[in-house]
Ligand binder design. Structure first.
Ligand SMILES: CC(=O)SCCNC(=O)CCNC(=O)[C@H](O)C(C)(C)COP(=O)(O)OP(=O)(O)OC[C@H]1O[C@@H](n2cnc3c(N)ncnc32)[C@H](O)[C@@H]1OP(=O)(O)O
Length: 540
């Protein structure tokens, strides 16, 4: 079987889900109803699965799913009656088109093979009523030499199999792992799904899909691929989960990286007087598209990395502000690198409005908040020259939420007024993009002052270090300041674009350039179609 050309050919027709059902020797000519053919569960099949999903990775728009319903661990059923007992499979995405590389003698798209194929597919899967068939003509090229030397060792299968992982943004390497689990399991597949503190040290953990969403995607894939298997998906907040306590388990599936984990599961099982598990190891799949700061293997963290700078959700029109200038609300916790990003955006042509600086202007004698702040906090916050002592204010309010609220109730409206004025000025100079750089934009509910919210995130540990070094304050003090602000995860929930400054400055610059270029596309798209609904679609 040469899958790569078939995938390449199919990828030109299919936009989303491509189910692959291998039916070697299926007879589509002749008057009788074709019956499904069987494939033995062998190590070759595992290799083929691995190749298929590695090839599929070249067609990033495709969600490929290899159906394993006709794989048999033992001998295939002998009698034709037994072969016929195949019920209609309810796939999660009912097929609209059935494709085959079956070559008919006349080579045309209108022939009996197509009719047989449509009838066959309708009998096998719950299809859309207007299902159509298409004959593919993949460019096979010369046969690869390796295919002749395949071995056919049958797989040792097990009643209960366990596997663990985060399974964020289900990708082709996950699909290989899960498909092999499906082949190895006769009765049940137990999946320990990383949850809570097990995610704490993951790169860009804030962008990991919620637990329920990961469960949903996993279940959908597994039920499509092998509906006869029993699936248990359970949350795990330590590396072992039920793998060391479930007496029914017989086999654990690991990757090259987690092989050691498999051995320690067995040690723990021994301590718990349970049988050792057979360890089945899967090779890691290389990611042909990985960038410099990404891992070589196909990995969820690379996928999360690629989300940086892109639109995470469809944008809604903010009709409470003028269409121009286009306003980006830039926010992020202390030490996140927000100011350096604002500077990079300024270099790209945006007008940056720094709300900390506007805040400071408000406190100047004669400034819009000067009198009110003295009335609220008393004259002991004044320096001898009559100016407001911001450092003294800071120690007062950052340690006391009520005091901070009293201050922000006065200052935020004043800063907002100055910010609006600055935006008008920028617009009058012909600047089309303003960046409203505001540390607590979301806490202040200023989402309604902007068209998009961009958030800069950094792991909390790193933020504490940066603030301590920059401002010469204690760890406790730095943590206290950060605790007055929203968490990264809370911000991400409310943001349209996420940026991260944890890597080298060049990586940050590339990220900003990407975000800026995509922003320009969105703005231009909107200007080109002023009468069209200006709702921008995210790719994810
Ligand atoms: C909606 C907005 O984001 S407006 C911009 C933020 N400003 C405000 O919220 C107004 C209230 N804060 C203030 O007036 C001042 O911060 C003061 C008077 C308390 C202290 O002034 P200063 O000592 O000069 O400190 P400065 O203004 O530089 O703020 C220190 C840090 O606290 C952050 N910060 C400011 N206000 C707040 C706040 N309300 N809550 C949490 N953090 C805040 C600043 O962004 C800055 O962060 P950084 O570490 O990333 O630079």
């Amino acid at each position: 079987v040469r899958l790569a050309p078939i995938l390449a050919s199919a990828s030109k027709i299919v936009q989303e889900t491509l189910y692959v059902h291998l039916q070697p020797g299926l007879l589509l000519t002749g008057p009788s109803q074709p019956s499904s053919t069987y494939i033995p569960a062998t190590s070759d099949l595992c290799n083929l699965i691995s190749r298929l999903y590695s090839d599929a990775d070249r067609h990033s728009h495709l969600d490929v799913r290899l159906l394993l319903t006709n794989v048999r661990n033992q001998q295939p059923p002998q009698s034709p009656e037994q072969q016929q007992v195949v019920s209609v499979q309810n796939l999660s995405h009912p097929p609209e088109v059935v494709l085959t590389d079956f070559q008919s003698s006349d080579g045309g798209q209108y022939n009996p093979v197509k009719q047989q194929l449509e009838r066959y597919a309708t009998n096998c899967y719950s299809c859309q009523p207007d299902l159509v068939s298409v004959l593919l003509y993949p460019d096979y090229g010369p046969a690869p030499p390796s295919e002749a030397s395949l071995t056919h060792s049958p797989l040792q299968t097990h009643s209960h199999v366990v596997v663990g992982g985060t399974f964020d943004r289900l990708h082709n390497a996950h699909k290989i792992l899960l498909s092999v689990c499906c082949l190895l399991a006769d009765t049940r597949l137990l999946i320990g799904l990383a949850h809570k503190q097990l995610l704490d040290n993951k790169t860009l953990k804030e962008l990991i899909e919620p637990y329920e969403q990961r469960v949903e995607k996993l279940s959908q894939f597994l039920v499509d691929v092998k509906p006869s298997l029993l699936y248990d998906i359970v949350p795990i907040s330590d590396p072992y989960g039920p793998s060391i306590t479930d007496p029914d388990l017989k086999c654990i599936v690991v990757s090259e990286e987690t092989q050691k984990g498999g051995l320690s599961v067995n040690r723990k099982r021994q301590e718990n007087e349970l049988c050792e598990l057979a360890i089945h190891e899967i090779k890691l799949v290389k990611d042909a598209r990985h960038a410099e700061n990404e891992e070589e293997k196909i990995s969820s963290s690379s996928f999360r990395n690629r989300l940086l700078g892109t639109l995470l959700r469809p944008l809604k029109v903010n009709s409470s502000i003028p269409a121009r200038p286009y306003v980006i609300g830039l926010t992020g916790g202390s030490g996140s690198g927000k100011s350096s990003i604002a500077k990079r955006l300024e270099d790209l042509g945006a007008a940056v409005i720094d709300c900390d600086t506007l805040g400071h202007q408000c406190y100047k004698p004669g400034g819009p908040a000067y009198e009110q702040v003295i009335n609220e906090f008393g004259s002991d916050i004044l320096c001898t020259d009559g100016t407001i002592d911001r450092k003294a204010m800071g120690s007062k309010v950052f340690a006391d939420k009520d005091q901070l609220k009293k201050l922000t109730d006065i200052v935020w409206p004043a800063i907002a007024m100055l910010a609006k004025k600055a935006m008008e000025e920028a617009a009058s100079k012909g600047i089309s993009v303003c960046v409203l750089d505001a540390a607590v934009l979301l806490e202040a509910g200023w989402n309604n002052m902007v068209h998009e919210v961009w958030t800069v995130i950094i792991p909390e540990k790193e933020a504490v270090m940066r603030v301590m070094n920059r401002d010469g304050i204690s760890e406790e003090h730095a943590k206290k300041r950060l605790s007055n602000q929203m968490s990264n995860s809370q911000r991400v929930q409310l943001s349209d674009v996420i940026l991260c400054t944890i890597w080298e400055p060049e990586v940050t610059q590339k990220q900003i350039q990407k975000a800026w270029d995509l922003l320009q596309q969105r703005i231009n798209q909107e200007s080109d179609h002023p009468n069209k609904s200006p709702v921008f679609k995210s790719r994810f």
